[in-house]
Design a binder for this molecule. Structure first.
Ligand code: FE2
Length: 344
């Protein structure tokens, strides 16, 4: 590449902490000097500890990658998640931030353009994040604290994925009849159907008209169809996508299922989803609820619509997550819940 090409290309910032020493990345790394992007380390060469230390010593926390290498950077992130999970030399909250950031970066790519080429990477990153949650309760609590209240579909999907996977671990983790990895996949993808709704509807601040509301109500079906066509994830995951807006009273959508017709995994998702809807910004609402208020609203206004036992576990998940981190072992409450059955 000549200098003209480099000057013309676009770059995006990355956190230096996502780069691991003694790895070979396929993309060039740039730094910004006097407003210009300067090549610092070439792809295909070993990124030594010394190279990283020079940046750290100069208080450089952010470096840059060319836009054309975004996919390559995302693959690097996914490949390195297991090393970050194991690396106890990095404080737990720091590791959580890096892993959370990695999954977010891939989610942004997948939710912008959900195709079969990116789905395996997104699935892989979610699977590794789930390993982290299953391995360590403090990792789960740390990830819960990282949830953001930004209104973006991919951010909402990650929040619900983390809350729901933690909840599934609390409620079902001790029972080998339930596969938490498959549940997590469905949770992180629950709103993938929204990726085909026009932004003019999703981001509308005024009330939706009848037609617009009908389009929104189809997103569980559209998400289910999208994932079925890709033929990559199982029905155990897809049922969550299809049923996460069903409600005990039968007043949910798209099918108006009643309590015992709704799959257990979808009930887990609907609590995490409703909570995140209250605690995140929305174009049609000026206020964002704090966690405590959101739990109160769910308890006082939605108990006819959600499962009360799963909700109790959700309250425990948040009360542990919002406490200051400690070395105490948390006793995970046990609940007897029947194995999955499909009633779609
Ligand atoms: Fe949804």
């Amino acid at each position: 590449m000549n200098m003209t090409d480099e000057a013309e290309q676009q770059y995006f910032p990355i956190y230096l902490k996502t780069m691991r020493a003694n790895t070979i990345q396929a993309f060039n790394i740039y730094i910004k000097v006097k407003g210009k992007y300067v090549l610092y380390h070439s792809g295909g060469e070993n990124l030594t500890e010394d190279i990283l230390l020079k940046l750290i010593d100069n208080k450089v926390g952010v470096v840059f990658v060319a836009d054309k290498d975004k996919e390559s950077y995302n693959r690097y992130l996914v490949d390195n998640i297991p090393a970050f999970i194991k690396d106890k030399s990095i404080p737990l909250d720091e590791r959580s931030k890096i892993i959370h950031y990695s999954v977010k970066s891939i989610a942004l790519q997948f939710f912008s353009k959900p195709d079969i080429q990116t789905l395996p990477y997104f699935h892989n990153s979610v699977s590794k994040l789930t390993d982290f949650i299953l391995l360590d309760d403090d990792a789960l609590f740390s990830l819960v604290r990282l949830s953001s209240n930004t209104f973006e579909n991919y951010i909402h999907s990650i929040n619900v994925g983390v809350f729901g996977t933690g909840l599934a671990k609390f409620v079902l983790g001790h029972d080998s009849r339930h596969n938490i990895q498959k549940i997590a996949t469905g949770l992180f993808l629950h709103d993938i159907g929204k990726s085909i709704i026009p932004p003019s509807i999703l981001k509308k601040s005024n009330p939706l008209n009848h037609n617009e509301w009908n389009i929104v109500k189809q997103h569980p079906v559209e998400g289910y169809k999208l994932l079925s066509n890709m033929n990559f994830i199982t029905e155990e995951s897809r049922v969550i996508v299809m049923q996460h807006h069903e409600r005990k009273s039968g007043r949910g959508y798209p099918m108006g299922l009643k309590d015992n017709q709704i799959h257990l995994y979808s009930k887990i998702c609907s609590i995490a989803d409703s909570f995140d809807a209250l605690t995140s910004a929305r174009p049609y609402r000026k206020t964002v609820e704090g966690s405590f208020n959101a739990l109160l609203i769910l308890k006082n206004e939605m108990m006819k619509e959600i499962d009360p036992i799963i909700f109790q576990h959700f309250v425990k998940l948040f009360s542990h997550s919002l406490q200051k981190p400690s070395n105490k072992t948390i006793a995970i409450p046990r609940t007897t819940i029947p194995p999955p059955s499909y009633r779609t």
